[in-house]
Unconditional design. Structure first.
Length: 311
């Protein structure tokens, strides 16, 4: 889920927002640049929703994550249905990358993992998600040029901040290392996310669109952000009503008792002077005033990753 630079480690996947790198070949009138500037305020609001902030901190219950996955399923089913409908339309065709981007199959795998083989009978489209779905269908059927805005805000976010959320969810919910439950974030046919995003932006900028149409696309992108935020708020309200069952948002921590090798941060044999729990050492550093300032800054930067995935 939200500045404007790519994370180095956070791994190749620790990208923040979707306008990560500067491109000297971009003109202020290019659609990608207009979207970058024109959606900044909406971006900032989205990354500061409570649901997104909690998610980034690992405070996400499995039940709520499942509901978020359901919302994504209905959203992408609508989006990709309209993309298929307009795959030969000149106002959208250059951005049609079903093999690389489409998420329906991945989301079906995630829902099967969480709900079982009969997952289709166990899910429903929420009110906020339905509004998002209705808007996508209206655009695809009546104003296909605006479909660019929805595809851009979704997929570029998935390839950017969504990759941060993938790691957070996998750790916080203790999901399998084989990536079951988070297939939505796995793009097997995109070998280099950064290069693909550059290609996508170049394709957008090459679309034959007049100034008025570009402005309408930017406006639609802001609507997409607004619809996303409505889904976030809805999920946040649901989350408050859930019991504290499994506090899936808590990372496993070694308490200093028992076999220290069971600590996930155990660092024996990794250049340390001797066996020890890296987490405890890190915790000690975190108590230092200077480190607290640094950590606070890191959290603020990480928040930028959120605006793009969750939904």
């Amino acid at each position: 889920m939200p500045s404007a630079v790519e994370g180095t480690e956070a791994g190749e996947g620790g990208m923040l927002r979707y306008e990560e790198t500067e491109d000297n070949n971009v003109s202020p009138t290019d659609l990608s640049e207009l979207l970058k500037v024109g959606t900044k305020e909406a971006h900032d609001r989205a990354e500061n929703t409570q649901f997104v902030k909690d998610f980034l901190k690992g405070r996400i219950k499995k039940e709520l994550f499942k509901l978020a996955t359901v919302a994504l399923h209905f959203t992408y089913s609508a989006l990709e249905e309209e993309m298929d409908r307009n795959k030969d339309n000149s106002v959208f065709a250059p951005l049609y990358f079903p093999l690389e981007l489409h998420r329906r199959e991945a989301l079906a795998k995630d829902l099967k993992y969480f709900y079982g083989d009969d997952w289709k009978d166990k899910i429903r489209c929420s009110e906020a998600t339905q509004q998002y779905v209705d808007r996508i269908h209206h655009v695809g059927q009546h104003e296909p040029e605006l479909l660019v805005a929805h595809a851009y805000t979704r997929y570029m976010g998935d390839l950017s901040g969504g990759q941060v959320l993938k790691k957070v969810a996998q750790r916080a919910l203790k999901l399998p290392s084989t990536e079951e439950g988070i297939q939505f974030y796995v793009f097997d046919n995109v070998s280099n996310a950064q290069q693909f995003k550059q290609l996508y932006r170049a394709r957008m900028n090459a679309l034959d669109l007049d100034k008025n149409t570009k402005e309408r696309i930017v406006e639609e992108a802001n609507k997409a952000f607004g619809l996303n935020m409505q889904v976030f708020d809805e999920l946040d309200k649901i989350g408050k009503s859930l019991t504290e069952e499994a506090q899936d948002g808590e990372f496993p921590v070694h308490d200093g008792k028992g076999d220290i090798r069971k600590c996930p941060f155990y660092a024996d044999g990794q250049g340390m002077a001797g066996p020890g729990c890296l987490f405890r050492a890190t915790l000690g550093l975190a108590r230092q005033p200077l480190m607290q300032v640094v950590l606070a800054a890191c959290v603020a930067v990480a928040a930028g990753a959120a605006a793009w995935y969750v939904l």
